[in-house]
Design a binder for this molecule. Structure first.
Ligand code: NAD
Length: 488
């Protein structure tokens, strides 16, 4: 076998006030490889008092340092961090795959995305422009953009490196102090990235901290803290609703990147040779554990049989296994709980629809060491079925068919979510009508999963609040101030 299965698990500390610190309770948080069950490392299981101290520290540093007034320093710091990740990319990709389970190819892609994002926002740090406006004779205003203060970033486990950096980069570029609370299932890759931050001298000491531990205690403590002025949360919609309630403590600014149930809408005139592998990839990438997964396929009835036969073949040809092998196309789901949840949805699918392929845990040999699930396609589901309506966060594609464009649009929008969608057609007019009609933050035409730091991303409806990436993504992390001048 070409990969190393066992490595000595390392211990990871919090990084607070520019120092490596341990949890005051002495409790720790072990992290395991979902492909093998091996112990990957141990982080701090921090307490509420640990996070309160970290918040006090960040608050002081924000008040006393020149970070918020020094865009060039911020540019150099973010660029330095990007360069460190580039130098360590292959090592970090292995850490990410060992902890999260995704394929090594996806890990490289995720870390390359981190580098690109940091470089983009390094430049953007020097473009936090306001404007001036003449208001009446002798009166003009400066509309200034300012950092908000201390920002708490709470991130998920599915793309733990990129989704942390996607928020960290603009928050720091805008001049804020930041405290990150990574997901409890992926603390190792998160702290590994902070070890690189610690090596970049341009970061003001204490301006950026990471503290690991359970969301329900320390994440919630960040949610209610009056010294935190904004929470940027990426995660489940139900947790997002809890964060909204917690944030009422001091009317915090919120940026919420939540769940999805995104459709691929496939018309009969589409280029099926291009569409089928990309639709397959859109749901089976990261074992379906991706917010923008194309988890619903809406297909025109004229091509449905052909499309299903070809998608079945695509799914059955995927090589599922340990992500460290270069030949692996799909890794495990994150843990036993997730495996059970996905199995439960598939049982519903079997009862209420027609199983085209998959629908079960993979077992035997190396599969028994991990939490592997077969790529699954379920057809003939009613619009009210839970498999169609709820985010499963696993490799499960729900298929429905339509007779015409009007019906396709209504089906695409028949969801509580609105994160993304794919439209497949060679008719430009139809593509325009559909992209205008679909209520989602991103609509891809004849492609899927294309994301760039310069293009905004976020959700309509229950998929979120605000936008990440791009100019709007930077502005989320700014306050706006009107400074008024009257000339005598
Ligand atoms: P989750 O909501 O369970 O956890 C996310 C983070 O919130 C973790 O760090 C967790 O510890 C913390 N948390 C949990 N309870 C908390 C509480 N009461 N107070 C404060 N923090 C708390 O989500 P997850 O399972 O880690 O991630 C999967 C979800 O994230 C899916 O719904 C997925 O669609 C969504 N997601 C959205 C995007 C996006 O950009 N829209 C990207 C990736 C993932």
């Amino acid at each position: 076998m070409a990969y190393v299965t066992e490595q000595k698990p390392a211990d990871y500390c919090n990084y607070v006030g520019g120092e490596w610190t341990k949890s005051s309770s002495g409790e720790t948080l072990p992290s395991y490889n979902p492909a093998t069950g091996e112990w990957v490392g141990t982080a701090q299981n921090s307490s509420v008092s640990d996070v309160e101290q970290a918040i006090d520290r960040a608050y002081d540093v924000f008040q006393k340092s020149d970070w918020g007034y020094n865009p060039k320093r911020r540019y150099e710091a973010l660029l330095g961090f990007a360069q460190k990740i580039e130098e360590n990319l292959e090592r970090l990709a292995t850490v990410l795959t060992r902890e999260q389970g995704k394929t090594i190819k996806e890990s490289r892609q995720e870390l390359a995305g981190c580098v690109d994002t940091l470089k983009y926002f390094a430049g953007a740090a020097r473009t936090v422009f306001g404007r001036s406006v003449q208001l009446e004779p002798g009166n003009f205003g400066v509309i200034a953009k300012e950092p908000i203060g201390v920002v708490g970033i709470i991130s998920p486990w599915n793309w733990p490196a990129l989704l942390m950096i996607r928020e960290l980069a603009p928050a720091l570029a805008a001049g804020n102090a930041v405290i990150v609370k990574p997901a409890s299932l992926t603390p190792v890759i998160s702290v590994e990235l902070f070890k690189l931050i610690a090596e970049v001298p341009q970061f003001t000491k204490g301006i950026v901290s990471i503290i690991t531990g359970p969301g329900r205690s320390i994440g919630a403590a960040m949610g209610v803290s009056k010294k935190i002025d904004m929470i940027s949360f990426t995660g489940d919609t139900s947790t997002g609703k809890t964060i909204m309630e917690l944030a009422t403590s001091n009317i915090k600014k919120l940026a919420l990147e939540l769940g999805g149930k995104s459709p691929n809408v496939l018309f009969a005139d589409a280029n099926l040779d291009k569409a089928i592998p990309l639709i397959g990839r859109s749901i089976f990438i990261s074992a379906g554990q991706i917010c923008m997964a194309g988890s619903r396929l809406l297909v025109h009835e004229a091509v449905k049989d052909e499309v299903l036969a070809r998608l079945k073949q695509y799914a059955e040809n995927l090589c599922v296994g340990n992500g460290l092998l270069e030949s692996t196309d799909m890794g495990p789901v994150i843990n036993q709980d997730q495996l059970e949840l996905v199995t439960e949805y598939c049982e519903i699918g079997k009862r209420e629809g027609k199983m085209i392929t998959g629908g079960h845990r993979l077992s035997g040999g190396e599969f028994d060491r991990g939490t592997f699930f077969a790529p699954t396609i379920i057809d003939e589901l009613s619009p009210s079925c839970r498999v169609v309506r709820e985010e499963i966060f696993g490799p499960v594609l729900a298929v429905q068919s339509f007779a015409n464009e009007e019906e396709a649009l209504a089906m695409a929008n028949d969801t509580d979510f609105g994160l993304s969608a794919g439209v497949w057609t060679n008719d430009l007019n139809r593509a325009m009508r559909m992209s205008k009609g679909i209520k989602a933050g991103t609509v891809w035409i004849n492609t899927y999963n294309k994301n760039f730091p310069e293009a905004e991303f976020g959700g309509y409806k229950q998929s979120g609040l605000g936008r990440t990436r791009g100019v709007d993504g930077l502005m989320e992390y700014c306050e706006t101030k009107h400074i008024h001048f009257e000339v005598e």
